[in-house]
Design a protein around this ligand. Structure first.
Ligand code: FES
Length: 136
């Protein structure tokens, strides 16, 4: 099976469950006749996948240089203070997970954040607070 098919299957699991549990890695490895280590490697390589449970909403901050020089630091601080979380943390109520990500391919409109599947460009601290406040 081609790598893109493995990624597609992992995407389905990640979307259905919210993350990729160890049991699903082993099940998929058996199904595809692949070593579990290869499936786990793919599950941990891509930043859009998680092997740990996440909150109902996942906020991702692009940490790469083009977004950084466009004002990313202030945006990062706004996410931290608005959610009360550090990167890698999930809120105790399970509502939010905050993650850092590498470039998501829209550098021309940095700083960029993602909230679940939605991408927001040209964000500033005020807009971050508004986006997060309006997320149900
Ligand atoms: S560096 Fe942030 S989207 Fe490319």
């Amino acid at each position: 099976m081609a790598n893109k098919d493995l990624v597609a299957r992992l995407t389905d699991i990640n979307k259905r469950i919210g993350y990729i549990p160890r049991g699903e890695v082993e099940k998929l490895a058996k199904e595809l006749c692949l070593p579990a280590a290869k499936v786990f490697g793919a599950a941990t390589f891509y930043s859009l996948f998680s092997t740990r449970p996440r909150g109902a909403h996942v906020v991702r901050f692009c940490q790469d240089a083009p977004c950084h020089v466009a004002g990313g630091r202030a945006v990062l601080d706004a996410i931290r203070t608005t959610l009360g979380l550090e990167p890698g943390q999930t809120s105790p109520d399970g509502r939010w997970t905050f993650e850092m990500t590498s470039c998501i391919g829209v550098c021309g409109v940095g700083p960029v954040i993602m909230v679940d599947d939605d991408v927001f460009g040209n964000v500033n601290p005020e807009r971050v607070r508004e986006i997060l406040k309006n997320k149900n």
